[in-house]
Write a protein that binds this ligand. Structure first.
Ligand code: GLV
Ligand code: MN
Ligand code: MN
Length: 414
Protein backbone atom coordinates (compact mmCIF):
# COMPACT_ATOMS: atom_id res chain seq x y z
CA UNK A 1 0.00 0.00 0.00
CA UNK A 2 1.28 3.43 -0.87
CA UNK A 3 2.04 5.60 2.10
CA UNK A 4 0.21 8.92 2.23
CA UNK A 5 2.11 12.02 1.24
CA UNK A 6 2.54 14.82 3.76
CA UNK A 7 0.38 17.93 3.40
CA UNK A 8 3.45 19.83 2.20
CA UNK A 9 4.14 17.18 -0.47
CA UNK A 10 0.51 17.20 -1.59
CA UNK A 11 0.42 20.96 -1.90
CA UNK A 12 3.76 21.06 -3.75
CA UNK A 13 2.36 18.42 -6.14
CA UNK A 14 -0.81 20.45 -6.72
CA UNK A 15 1.21 23.59 -7.40
CA UNK A 16 3.38 21.68 -9.90
CA UNK A 17 0.29 20.42 -11.74
CA UNK A 18 -1.10 23.97 -12.05
CA UNK A 19 2.27 25.24 -13.22
CA UNK A 20 2.37 22.57 -15.92
CA UNK A 21 -1.03 23.77 -17.13
CA UNK A 22 0.04 27.41 -17.07
CA UNK A 23 3.33 26.60 -18.80
CA UNK A 24 1.48 24.85 -21.65
CA UNK A 25 0.08 28.23 -22.71
CA UNK A 26 3.54 29.23 -23.99
CA UNK A 27 3.14 28.03 -27.55
CA UNK A 28 4.11 29.13 -31.03
CA UNK A 29 0.86 27.73 -32.49
CA UNK A 30 -2.42 28.85 -30.94
CA UNK A 31 -4.70 25.94 -30.05
CA UNK A 32 -1.89 23.45 -29.63
CA UNK A 33 1.42 23.20 -27.80
CA UNK A 34 4.38 23.78 -30.10
CA UNK A 35 7.45 25.32 -28.50
CA UNK A 36 10.50 24.95 -30.70
CA UNK A 37 14.04 25.75 -29.57
CA UNK A 38 14.76 29.52 -29.38
CA UNK A 39 11.28 30.44 -30.62
CA UNK A 40 9.17 33.23 -29.23
CA UNK A 41 7.20 30.74 -27.10
CA UNK A 42 10.46 29.32 -25.77
CA UNK A 43 11.57 32.84 -24.84
CA UNK A 44 8.30 33.50 -22.98
CA UNK A 45 8.47 30.13 -21.22
CA UNK A 46 12.06 30.79 -20.13
CA UNK A 47 11.04 34.22 -18.80
CA UNK A 48 8.20 32.64 -16.78
CA UNK A 49 10.61 30.04 -15.38
CA UNK A 50 13.05 32.78 -14.37
CA UNK A 51 10.16 34.74 -12.77
CA UNK A 52 9.04 31.72 -10.71
CA UNK A 53 12.65 31.21 -9.55
CA UNK A 54 12.77 34.87 -8.49
CA UNK A 55 9.54 34.44 -6.49
CA UNK A 56 11.29 31.62 -4.63
CA UNK A 57 14.23 33.95 -3.96
CA UNK A 58 16.53 32.15 -6.41
CA UNK A 59 18.30 34.02 -9.19
CA UNK A 60 18.06 32.30 -12.57
CA UNK A 61 19.60 33.26 -15.91
CA UNK A 62 19.86 32.16 -19.51
CA UNK A 63 23.25 30.61 -20.23
CA UNK A 64 25.25 30.85 -23.45
CA UNK A 65 23.60 27.74 -24.95
CA UNK A 66 20.01 28.86 -24.25
CA UNK A 67 19.38 26.90 -21.03
CA UNK A 68 17.75 28.48 -17.98
CA UNK A 69 20.02 27.77 -15.00
CA UNK A 70 19.80 28.60 -11.30
CA UNK A 71 21.67 27.64 -8.15
CA UNK A 72 20.39 27.19 -4.61
CA UNK A 73 23.37 27.20 -2.27
CA UNK A 74 23.91 24.54 0.40
CA UNK A 75 25.10 25.11 3.96
CA UNK A 76 28.50 26.17 2.63
CA UNK A 77 28.60 28.52 -0.35
CA UNK A 78 30.40 26.92 -3.29
CA UNK A 79 29.65 23.30 -2.27
CA UNK A 80 29.38 20.70 -5.07
CA UNK A 81 25.92 20.63 -6.63
CA UNK A 82 23.30 18.04 -7.31
CA UNK A 83 21.85 19.22 -10.63
CA UNK A 84 18.18 18.60 -11.51
CA UNK A 85 16.26 19.35 -14.66
CA UNK A 86 14.89 18.46 -18.06
CA UNK A 87 13.94 20.29 -21.28
CA UNK A 88 11.31 22.94 -22.02
CA UNK A 89 11.30 22.72 -25.82
CA UNK A 90 8.61 20.50 -27.33
CA UNK A 91 7.78 18.68 -30.54
CA UNK A 92 5.03 20.11 -32.77
CA UNK A 93 1.52 19.62 -31.36
CA UNK A 94 3.04 18.20 -28.19
CA UNK A 95 1.81 17.02 -24.84
CA UNK A 96 2.45 19.27 -21.85
CA UNK A 97 4.49 16.89 -19.67
CA UNK A 98 7.42 15.64 -21.82
CA UNK A 99 10.44 17.55 -20.47
CA UNK A 100 8.36 20.25 -18.80
CA UNK A 101 7.52 17.89 -15.93
CA UNK A 102 11.18 17.44 -14.99
CA UNK A 103 12.14 21.08 -15.46
CA UNK A 104 9.25 22.38 -13.35
CA UNK A 105 9.68 19.57 -10.78
CA UNK A 106 13.31 20.70 -10.36
CA UNK A 107 12.06 24.22 -9.67
CA UNK A 108 9.45 22.82 -7.26
CA UNK A 109 12.16 20.99 -5.28
CA UNK A 110 14.12 24.21 -4.80
CA UNK A 111 10.95 26.13 -3.94
CA UNK A 112 10.23 23.68 -1.12
CA UNK A 113 13.77 24.01 0.24
CA UNK A 114 13.68 27.79 -0.05
CA UNK A 115 10.21 28.01 1.56
CA UNK A 116 11.60 26.48 4.73
CA UNK A 117 15.03 28.12 4.50
CA UNK A 118 16.39 24.57 4.38
CA UNK A 119 20.07 24.20 3.38
CA UNK A 120 21.65 20.86 2.47
CA UNK A 121 25.27 19.70 2.54
CA UNK A 122 25.26 20.14 -1.24
CA UNK A 123 24.01 22.92 -3.48
CA UNK A 124 21.04 22.22 -5.76
CA UNK A 125 21.28 23.51 -9.32
CA UNK A 126 18.29 23.47 -11.62
CA UNK A 127 18.26 23.61 -15.37
CA UNK A 128 15.56 23.95 -18.02
CA UNK A 129 17.36 22.72 -21.11
CA UNK A 130 16.51 24.46 -24.35
CA UNK A 131 17.00 21.90 -27.03
CA UNK A 132 16.21 18.25 -26.50
CA UNK A 133 13.73 17.47 -29.26
CA UNK A 134 15.85 18.48 -32.26
CA UNK A 135 12.81 19.61 -34.24
CA UNK A 136 13.81 23.11 -35.38
CA UNK A 137 17.42 22.25 -36.17
CA UNK A 138 18.80 18.86 -37.11
CA UNK A 139 20.89 18.40 -33.97
CA UNK A 140 19.57 17.64 -30.53
CA UNK A 141 20.63 17.83 -26.87
CA UNK A 142 22.70 20.96 -27.54
CA UNK A 143 21.77 22.44 -24.13
CA UNK A 144 22.81 19.42 -22.10
CA UNK A 145 25.81 18.82 -24.32
CA UNK A 146 26.96 22.39 -23.60
CA UNK A 147 26.87 21.75 -19.84
CA UNK A 148 28.56 18.39 -20.34
CA UNK A 149 31.39 20.02 -22.33
CA UNK A 150 30.52 18.21 -25.59
CA UNK A 151 28.79 21.06 -27.44
CA UNK A 152 28.48 20.36 -31.19
CA UNK A 153 29.85 23.72 -32.44
CA UNK A 154 28.99 22.91 -36.06
CA UNK A 155 25.29 23.00 -35.09
CA UNK A 156 25.49 26.80 -34.88
CA UNK A 157 25.72 27.03 -38.67
CA UNK A 158 22.55 25.05 -39.26
CA UNK A 159 19.52 26.85 -40.62
CA UNK A 160 15.88 26.18 -39.83
CA UNK A 161 13.17 25.82 -42.47
CA UNK A 162 12.88 29.64 -42.69
CA UNK A 163 16.65 30.01 -43.21
CA UNK A 164 17.43 31.35 -39.71
CA UNK A 165 20.87 30.19 -38.52
CA UNK A 166 20.99 28.69 -35.02
CA UNK A 167 23.81 31.12 -34.20
CA UNK A 168 21.53 34.14 -34.86
CA UNK A 169 18.50 32.63 -33.13
CA UNK A 170 20.62 31.84 -30.06
CA UNK A 171 21.97 35.39 -29.89
CA UNK A 172 18.47 36.88 -30.21
CA UNK A 173 17.26 34.56 -27.42
CA UNK A 174 19.88 35.88 -25.00
CA UNK A 175 22.51 33.16 -25.44
CA UNK A 176 26.03 33.60 -26.71
CA UNK A 177 27.06 31.43 -29.67
CA UNK A 178 30.72 32.34 -29.18
CA UNK A 179 30.71 30.94 -25.64
CA UNK A 180 28.25 28.04 -25.97
CA UNK A 181 31.04 25.51 -26.39
CA UNK A 182 32.96 26.65 -23.30
CA UNK A 183 30.35 26.61 -20.51
CA UNK A 184 31.01 23.08 -19.24
CA UNK A 185 29.47 22.89 -15.76
CA UNK A 186 31.92 22.70 -12.85
CA UNK A 187 31.62 21.06 -9.48
CA UNK A 188 28.53 18.99 -10.31
CA UNK A 189 28.36 15.85 -8.15
CA UNK A 190 25.47 14.27 -10.08
CA UNK A 191 22.57 14.98 -12.44
CA UNK A 192 19.06 13.59 -12.04
CA UNK A 193 16.04 14.00 -14.33
CA UNK A 194 12.41 13.28 -13.58
CA UNK A 195 10.39 12.56 -16.73
CA UNK A 196 7.14 10.97 -17.81
CA UNK A 197 7.68 7.38 -18.94
CA UNK A 198 6.40 7.90 -22.52
CA UNK A 199 5.69 4.16 -22.60
CA UNK A 200 3.07 1.76 -21.22
CA UNK A 201 4.99 -0.35 -18.66
CA UNK A 202 4.14 1.49 -15.42
CA UNK A 203 0.46 1.79 -16.29
CA UNK A 204 0.28 -1.90 -17.17
CA UNK A 205 1.80 -2.77 -13.79
CA UNK A 206 -0.33 -0.28 -11.87
CA UNK A 207 2.69 1.63 -10.57
CA UNK A 208 3.08 5.42 -10.45
CA UNK A 209 6.89 5.52 -10.51
CA UNK A 210 9.78 3.73 -12.17
CA UNK A 211 13.55 3.88 -11.76
CA UNK A 212 15.45 4.13 -15.03
CA UNK A 213 18.38 1.77 -15.50
CA UNK A 214 19.56 2.74 -19.00
CA UNK A 215 18.68 4.87 -22.03
CA UNK A 216 18.68 3.45 -25.55
CA UNK A 217 21.27 4.72 -28.00
CA UNK A 218 20.02 6.61 -31.06
CA UNK A 219 21.12 7.66 -34.54
CA UNK A 220 19.35 10.14 -36.77
CA UNK A 221 20.03 10.32 -40.49
CA UNK A 222 19.05 12.86 -43.10
CA UNK A 223 18.50 11.18 -46.48
CA UNK A 224 18.37 12.96 -49.83
CA UNK A 225 16.99 11.20 -52.91
CA UNK A 226 17.40 12.73 -56.33
CA UNK A 227 15.47 11.46 -59.33
CA UNK A 228 14.08 13.38 -62.26
CA UNK A 229 11.08 15.70 -62.24
CA UNK A 230 8.81 15.30 -65.25
CA UNK A 231 5.29 15.50 -66.62
CA UNK A 232 2.85 13.32 -64.70
CA UNK A 233 0.68 12.78 -67.74
CA UNK A 234 3.19 12.41 -70.52
CA UNK A 235 5.94 10.24 -68.95
CA UNK A 236 5.32 6.47 -69.17
CA UNK A 237 5.71 4.56 -65.89
CA UNK A 238 8.71 2.63 -67.21
CA UNK A 239 10.66 5.80 -67.99
CA UNK A 240 10.39 7.56 -64.64
CA UNK A 241 12.93 8.23 -61.90
CA UNK A 242 10.43 9.13 -59.18
CA UNK A 243 12.22 10.35 -56.04
CA UNK A 244 9.15 9.97 -53.81
CA UNK A 245 8.38 6.43 -54.91
CA UNK A 246 12.03 5.54 -54.17
CA UNK A 247 11.84 7.24 -50.75
CA UNK A 248 8.63 5.33 -49.97
CA UNK A 249 10.36 2.04 -50.84
CA UNK A 250 13.25 3.07 -48.59
CA UNK A 251 10.93 3.91 -45.66
CA UNK A 252 9.34 0.47 -45.95
CA UNK A 253 12.79 -1.14 -45.99
CA UNK A 254 13.69 0.70 -42.76
CA UNK A 255 10.45 -0.45 -41.14
CA UNK A 256 10.99 -4.04 -42.25
CA UNK A 257 14.56 -4.17 -40.91
CA UNK A 258 13.55 -2.61 -37.58
CA UNK A 259 10.66 -5.05 -37.21
CA UNK A 260 13.06 -7.92 -37.69
CA UNK A 261 14.59 -7.72 -34.21
CA UNK A 262 13.23 -7.27 -30.71
CA UNK A 263 14.09 -3.93 -29.04
CA UNK A 264 15.23 -2.29 -32.30
CA UNK A 265 13.06 0.60 -33.54
CA UNK A 266 13.29 2.61 -36.77
CA UNK A 267 11.14 5.58 -37.80
CA UNK A 268 10.82 7.79 -40.86
CA UNK A 269 9.17 10.80 -39.24
CA UNK A 270 9.61 13.58 -41.77
CA UNK A 271 9.38 13.56 -45.56
CA UNK A 272 9.60 16.50 -47.94
CA UNK A 273 9.04 16.33 -51.67
CA UNK A 274 9.93 18.70 -54.53
CA UNK A 275 8.55 20.26 -56.55
CA UNK A 276 5.38 19.04 -54.78
CA UNK A 277 2.60 19.34 -57.35
CA UNK A 278 -0.11 16.89 -58.39
CA UNK A 279 0.93 16.91 -62.01
CA UNK A 280 4.73 16.67 -61.57
CA UNK A 281 6.74 13.49 -60.97
CA UNK A 282 8.72 14.15 -57.77
CA UNK A 283 12.34 15.02 -58.60
CA UNK A 284 13.72 15.28 -55.07
CA UNK A 285 12.73 13.79 -51.72
CA UNK A 286 14.35 14.31 -48.34
CA UNK A 287 13.51 12.36 -45.21
CA UNK A 288 14.72 11.61 -41.70
CA UNK A 289 15.49 8.20 -40.22
CA UNK A 290 15.62 7.65 -36.44
CA UNK A 291 17.02 4.31 -35.26
CA UNK A 292 17.31 3.24 -31.62
CA UNK A 293 18.37 0.17 -29.69
CA UNK A 294 19.55 -0.76 -26.20
CA UNK A 295 22.79 -2.17 -27.63
CA UNK A 296 25.17 0.02 -29.64
CA UNK A 297 26.43 -2.93 -31.69
CA UNK A 298 22.85 -3.94 -32.52
CA UNK A 299 22.14 -0.36 -33.69
CA UNK A 300 25.36 -0.20 -35.74
CA UNK A 301 24.64 -3.51 -37.48
CA UNK A 302 21.07 -2.46 -38.30
CA UNK A 303 22.24 0.92 -39.64
CA UNK A 304 24.80 -0.71 -41.91
CA UNK A 305 22.11 -2.97 -43.38
CA UNK A 306 19.64 -0.10 -43.69
CA UNK A 307 22.19 1.99 -45.59
CA UNK A 308 22.92 -0.95 -47.91
CA UNK A 309 19.23 -1.32 -48.66
CA UNK A 310 18.91 2.42 -49.46
CA UNK A 311 21.77 2.04 -51.97
CA UNK A 312 20.18 -1.06 -53.50
CA UNK A 313 16.78 0.63 -53.88
CA UNK A 314 18.39 3.76 -55.37
CA UNK A 315 20.27 1.63 -57.90
CA UNK A 316 17.20 -0.37 -58.89
CA UNK A 317 15.16 2.82 -59.38
CA UNK A 318 17.83 4.89 -61.17
CA UNK A 319 17.95 7.62 -58.51
CA UNK A 320 20.86 8.85 -56.39
CA UNK A 321 20.86 8.80 -52.60
CA UNK A 322 22.94 10.67 -49.99
CA UNK A 323 22.93 9.98 -46.27
CA UNK A 324 24.19 12.32 -43.51
CA UNK A 325 24.32 11.50 -39.80
CA UNK A 326 22.68 14.35 -37.86
CA UNK A 327 22.64 12.84 -34.37
CA UNK A 328 24.43 9.99 -32.65
CA UNK A 329 24.15 9.07 -28.98
CA UNK A 330 25.39 5.82 -27.52
CA UNK A 331 23.28 3.83 -25.11
CA UNK A 332 23.69 5.12 -21.58
CA UNK A 333 23.75 3.15 -18.35
CA UNK A 334 22.41 5.10 -15.36
CA UNK A 335 24.64 5.48 -12.34
CA UNK A 336 24.15 2.58 -9.93
CA UNK A 337 24.17 4.77 -6.81
CA UNK A 338 21.48 7.02 -8.27
CA UNK A 339 19.43 3.95 -9.21
CA UNK A 340 19.83 2.67 -5.64
CA UNK A 341 18.85 6.09 -4.23
CA UNK A 342 15.66 6.28 -6.31
CA UNK A 343 14.84 2.67 -5.40
CA UNK A 344 14.96 3.68 -1.74
CA UNK A 345 12.78 6.77 -2.20
CA UNK A 346 10.20 4.88 -4.28
CA UNK A 347 10.09 2.13 -1.64
CA UNK A 348 9.82 4.80 1.04
CA UNK A 349 6.65 6.01 -0.67
CA UNK A 350 5.26 2.49 -0.38
CA UNK A 351 5.70 1.27 -3.96
CA UNK A 352 7.79 -1.60 -5.34
CA UNK A 353 10.78 -0.03 -7.14
CA UNK A 354 10.21 -1.02 -10.76
CA UNK A 355 13.48 -0.83 -12.71
CA UNK A 356 13.09 -0.18 -16.44
CA UNK A 357 15.08 1.08 -19.44
CA UNK A 358 14.09 4.16 -21.46
CA UNK A 359 13.33 3.84 -25.15
CA UNK A 360 13.19 7.63 -25.51
CA UNK A 361 16.28 9.84 -25.48
CA UNK A 362 16.89 12.27 -22.62
CA UNK A 363 19.20 15.07 -21.49
CA UNK A 364 20.50 12.67 -18.82
CA UNK A 365 22.40 10.72 -21.48
CA UNK A 366 24.37 13.86 -22.43
CA UNK A 367 24.88 14.88 -18.79
CA UNK A 368 26.19 11.39 -18.10
CA UNK A 369 29.34 12.44 -20.00
CA UNK A 370 29.98 15.01 -17.24
CA UNK A 371 28.96 13.29 -14.01
CA UNK A 372 26.96 10.37 -12.61
CA UNK A 373 23.42 10.66 -13.99
CA UNK A 374 20.09 8.93 -13.51
CA UNK A 375 16.34 9.25 -13.97
CA UNK A 376 12.97 8.76 -12.35
CA UNK A 377 9.90 7.93 -14.48
CA UNK A 378 6.32 8.96 -13.76
CA UNK A 379 3.47 6.91 -15.24
CA UNK A 380 1.60 8.50 -18.16
CA UNK A 381 -1.80 7.55 -19.54
CA UNK A 382 -1.70 4.84 -22.17
CA UNK A 383 2.04 5.37 -22.54
CA UNK A 384 1.12 8.12 -25.02
CA UNK A 385 3.66 10.89 -25.66
CA UNK A 386 4.66 13.33 -28.42
CA UNK A 387 0.93 13.81 -28.73
CA UNK A 388 -1.50 16.30 -27.15
CA UNK A 389 -3.20 13.32 -25.48
CA UNK A 390 -0.20 12.99 -23.14
CA UNK A 391 -1.64 12.85 -19.61
CA UNK A 392 -0.64 12.21 -15.98
CA UNK A 393 -2.78 12.20 -12.85
CA UNK A 394 -2.52 14.80 -10.09
CA UNK A 395 -1.66 12.01 -7.71
CA UNK A 396 1.21 10.67 -9.83
CA UNK A 397 2.47 14.22 -10.34
CA UNK A 398 2.72 14.57 -6.56
CA UNK A 399 4.32 11.14 -6.09
CA UNK A 400 7.00 11.97 -8.67
CA UNK A 401 7.78 15.29 -7.04
CA UNK A 402 7.83 13.75 -3.57
CA UNK A 403 10.26 11.03 -4.74
CA UNK A 404 12.52 13.60 -6.39
CA UNK A 405 12.45 15.90 -3.35
CA UNK A 406 13.19 13.05 -0.95
CA UNK A 407 16.03 11.90 -3.20
CA UNK A 408 17.53 15.40 -3.12
CA UNK A 409 17.27 15.63 0.66
CA UNK A 410 18.83 12.18 1.11
CA UNK A 411 21.60 12.67 -1.45
CA UNK A 412 25.07 12.47 0.07
CA UNK A 413 28.31 13.72 -1.38
CA UNK A 414 31.06 11.06 -1.46
C1 GLV B 1 13.04 12.81 -27.45
O1 GLV B 1 11.88 12.93 -27.14
C2 GLV B 1 13.45 11.67 -28.20
O2 GLV B 1 13.66 10.60 -27.63
O3 GLV B 1 13.48 11.80 -29.43
MN1 MN C 1 11.68 14.52 -23.17
MN1 MN D 1 10.23 14.39 -26.44
Amino acid sequence: MARALSDAELSAGARLMSRLDAFATFTDEPGKLTRLFLSDAHRRAAAAFIGWCAEAGVKARIDAAGNVVARYEGKQAGAPALMLGSHIDTVRDAGRYDGNYGALAALAVVEQLADGGERLDHAVEIVAFGDEEGVRYRTTLTGSRALAGTYPKEALDQRDAAGVAMRDALRAFGGDPDKASSIRAENVAAFVEAHIEQGPVLEAENLPLGVVTAINGATRLEVGVEGMAGHAGATPMTLRRDALAAAADMALAIEKRARGEPDLVGTVGRLEVWPGAANVIPGVARFSIDVRAPSDSQRAAALAEMRASLDAIAKARGVSVTVAVTHEANAFVCDSRIVAGFKRTVEGLGFPPRLLPSGAGHDAMAMGQLCPAGMLFVRCKGGISHNPLESITREDCAFGLAALTRFVREFRLD
